[in-house]
Ligand binder design. Sequence first.
Ligand SMILES: NC(=O)C1=CN([C@@H]2O[C@H](COP(=O)(O)OP(=O)(O)OC[C@H]3O[C@@H](n4cnc5c(N)ncnc54)[C@H](O)[C@@H]3O)[C@@H](O)[C@H]2O)C=CC1
Ligand SMILES: O=C(O)CCC(=O)C(=O)O
Length: 387
Amino acid sequence: MFQYSCLNPIAEIGLRNFSADYEKTDHLEEADAVLVRSAKMHDMELPDKLVAVARAGAGVNNIPLELCAEHGIVVFNTPGANANGVKELVLAGMLLASRDIVGGVEWVKSQEDNPEVGKLAEKQKKKFAGCEISGKKLGIIGLGAIGQLVANAATHLGMDVYGYDPYISVDAAWNLSRTIHHIQDVNDIYSDCDYITIHVPLLESTKGMISRDAISLMKEGVVILNFARDTLVDEAALVEALRSGKVKKYVTDFANPTVAGVPGTLITPHLGASTEEAEDNCAIMAVKEIRDYLENGNIKNSVNYPNCDMGMCSAEGRIAINHRNIVNMISQFTKVIGEAGVNISDMTNKSKANYAYTLIDLESPANEDMVKALEAIDGVLRVRIVK
Ligand SMILES: NC(=O)C1=CN([C@@H]2O[C@H](COP(=O)(O)OP(=O)(O)OC[C@H]3O[C@@H](n4cnc5c(N)ncnc54)[C@H](O)[C@@H]3O)[C@@H](O)[C@H]2O)C=CC1
Ligand SMILES: O=C(O)CCC(=O)C(=O)O
């Protein structure tokens, strides 16, 4: 029997994919796996039993990835599962920033008791007029799951789209419309575009990338959209640029005291992935990843360990070893298993940055002595009997 815990509400349709061998627990220390959305895990104690964390979403800045890896805890995310939901909100954000739709709607509401509202509206409407997005230049920073969808959709709305992503995946590049201009220097986006939207993960290297200097390069009246993470932007500099009129609108999904209520902002309460479809997709993918890891030892879509897939185990036994990516590990594993008199029928070893993962199929079941001997090897972080 496996136990799992949810640190945020996770769509029921996904949780229903756990078999009868799974039980939900509210006690973190009992959980083999955790499902999480935006809950901050940095200050949480990681229980010994925990072996997997699945982020039902894309951004993993709320999870201590390195610490989890050190504890032999594999962290997954659900790439692309909520991308369409975010794309639609970004498109809505561009439209809301271009015409004062919010102001117009509020004005009509304020006139609810005025029998002359229709006549007055015709006089007032010029206050809420704006521009069209068709024909405008849109710069997209980050062409991953979300950025590429925004790029293609914007071309269909008649925008002239410029994309910047020095690490773009081959799949993402294939998916992009041929009309999108490939930008190699992000400064060209800053200096040329009317709308700039950012879709990169929050990393040490991306934090504050929309800096005071970047803003100073932008066109007068630029619209900036941030549906990625608030600390990607120097928001103090941005508020100054809003007040001076340099930035016309800042559309963001992240409410915080620096920007809340500042004229020129359009702020949603982290709604990008809050659609029924995105929540369902993320939950289904997260549960699938956890099940494959707990039941078969396979890793797909991990952000701190390598992908590794040996399918379902048809051998007598399977052990999974999370370890550091250092020399001479495999020979030590095979020595321990050989000395236990057990034959290896199959094995795979994969690595990612500082960490590695080895799956070994055995012709007879693993036993606790073998596990203890493997755990004693320097550099081994966790050993798990999968079967
Ligand atoms: N508002 C919301 O509810 C949501 C927000 N997000 C945020 O959006 C981010 C992006 O999500 P996805 O597109 O799904 O992720 P993704 O991993 O598919 O794409 C990220 C892209 O950014 C690129 N990139 C990384 N560093 C870069 C740099 N310095 N300059 C330009 N490009 C760079 C990568 O090469 C990759 O193509 C997430 O990390 C998360 O923080 C994601 C989903 C929902
Ligand atoms: O789960 C959510 O609502 C947040 C989604 C998000 O920010 C992400 O996937 O990175």
